[in-house]
Ligand binder design. Structure first.
Ligand SMILES: Cc1cc2nc3c(=O)[nH]c(=O)nc-3n(C[C@H](O)[C@H](O)[C@H](O)COP(=O)(O)OP(=O)(O)OC[C@H]3O[C@@H](n4cnc5c(N)ncnc54)[C@H](O)[C@@H]3O)c2cc1C
Length: 393
């Protein structure tokens, strides 16, 4: 259904990436008259949510992140059932770390703490179990058999389709230009003007542009991430039913950069192995801005890791693509009400972690905007942590 100029909504959600689409779906499923506005024609690949797969795992060293994952898996399962197609592949997830294994022991404690299996493996045990890896004997791993991958593009489509099925109004190719606060909020786009009792802003790397008329800015750094796919020389070692998703949680060499990856269900001849960091960019609308040459440093570092650790992978990428991370100074999200306008809620800074948790993020943002009690510990996600010296992070 199309909305008309002046229409009044219970909630308007700005940005139809995975976080905004999840929030909008949740609101519509609760019978809220919801408008979801997206600046680009859908589907698009200009923000952070597009692409083939994302890791979905329980294993975080921060217990408040692990705490949301059981419900996130449950909610993805419901979305999957309703969509009638597979979204999650449970190929397992291996976190690999060098001594002193600080993160690893917390990961294991946290995963087991939410009732999930998590095996502690030595480097030699990992090499035996997954011969596509060649770890040193000092490396250790935590293996979560029930974690795995989510098919990002399919999941995103399912969220948006279900939002519309639940009665939501989705307008793509419609950019929000201005938001005027009040008990009834005015939203001006390049095509129309609407009114809403509440607004959720989930504009990914464009968040500060949307927030400008509302008088606040979040310390977000935008990073262009080079997603690399490498040719597999020994496909039997890296087939998705035998090889897990993986994260090297110790920074690589002298670079402050982690590496992660997974086998490709869609293209069994390739494996995704990527840097979990990238080149800073000023503006999401000028993603290719700073010289492309800088990305080569990241690709070269990953190629070195492949030479040392992945005996059946050719250390020259056959495909590279771009995606954007929005990163806060502490690498944690922002999920909070606007400090002055309590009927405006912001969800931003989801960096390289936000996909897996999106259904729960959507629920939390909904609870915040409706003024309900929030189900989780959201203190680590407060906006005030960037301004208050008493921040309890
Ligand atoms: C390469 C890569 C790998 C990743 N891997 C993982 C992983 O393995 N596991 C995991 O959990 N997470 C992963 N992530 C992170 C996850 O994908 C992101 O955290 C998540 O997609 C962020 O979603 P978002 O909705 O906040 O942002 P976006 O997807 O960018 O959505 C924001 C939307 O708002 C729209 N918008 C902006 N301004 C306006 C406006 N003025 N008017 C209307 N619309 C507007 C944009 O067009 C965009 O569609 C990865 C991310 C990348 C880039």
């Amino acid at each position: 259904m199309m909305a008309m100029t002046g229409d009044l909504f219970d909630v308007c959600v700005v940005g139809a990436g995975v976080e905004g689409s999840s929030a909008a779906r949740y609101l519509a499923s609760w019978g809220k008259n919801t408008l979801l506005l997206e600046q680009f024609p859908l589907p698009h690949c200009r923000g952070s949510s597009h692409g083939q797969s994302r890791l979905v795992r329980y294993g975080y060293s921060q217990s408040f992140l692990t705490a949301v994952m059981p419900e996130a898996f449950e909610m993805w399962s419901d979305i999957e059932k309703r969509a009638g197609r597979t979204l999650i592949r449970r190929c397992g997830l291996l976190t690999i770390e060098e001594p002193p294994y600080d993160d690893l022991s917390r990961v294991i404690t946290n995963v087991r703490g939410v009732g999930q299996e998590c095996l502690q493996l030595t480097g030699d045990e990992i090499n035996k179990r997954f011969p596509g890896l060649s770890l040193s004997s000092s490396e250790c791993g935590a293996f979560e058999p029930r974690s795995g991958l989510i098919q990002a593009d399919l999941a995103l489509t399912a969220l948006r389709e279900q939002f519309v099925e639940f009665g939501g109004t989705l307008h793509d190719a419609e950019k929000v230009l201005d938001i005027q606060p009040g008990s009834i909020i005015s939203i001006k786009t390049n095509k129309n003007s609407y009114r809403a009792k509440r607004v959720i802003i989930t504009a990914g790397p464009w968040t500060n542009n949307v927030l400008r008329p509302l008088g606040i800015q979040i310390p977000l750094t935008l990073q262009r991430i080079t997603v690399c796919y490498w040719p597999v020389l020994s496909p039997h070692l890296y087939s998705p039913d035998k090889f897990p998703g993986f994260i090297f949680s110790s920074p690589l060499g002298n670079k402050n950069m982690h590496v992660y990856g997974f086998p490709m269900f869609e293209y069994p001849g390739l494996i995704k192995i990527c840097p979990h960091a990238g080149v800073s960019i000023e503006d999401a609308d000028n993603r290719e801005g700073p010289s492309r040459g800088f990305d080569q440093n990241y690709i070269d570092s990953v190629a070195e890791l492949i030479k040392a650790r992945f005996p059946g992978v050719k250390p020259e990428p056959s495909i590279t693509e771009s995606c954007i991370y929005s990163v806060t100074p502490d690498h944690l999200f922002v999920m909070d009400r606007h400090p002055e306008y309590k009927n405006i809620v912001i969800g931003a800074g989801f960096s390289g972690h936000g996909f897996k948790m999106a259904p729960v993020v959507g629920r939390i943002l909904t609870q915040m905007v409706l003024g309900e009690k929030v189900s989780y510990d959201v203190i680590p996600f407060r906006l005030s942590r960037f301004t208050s010296p008493k921040s309890s992070l």
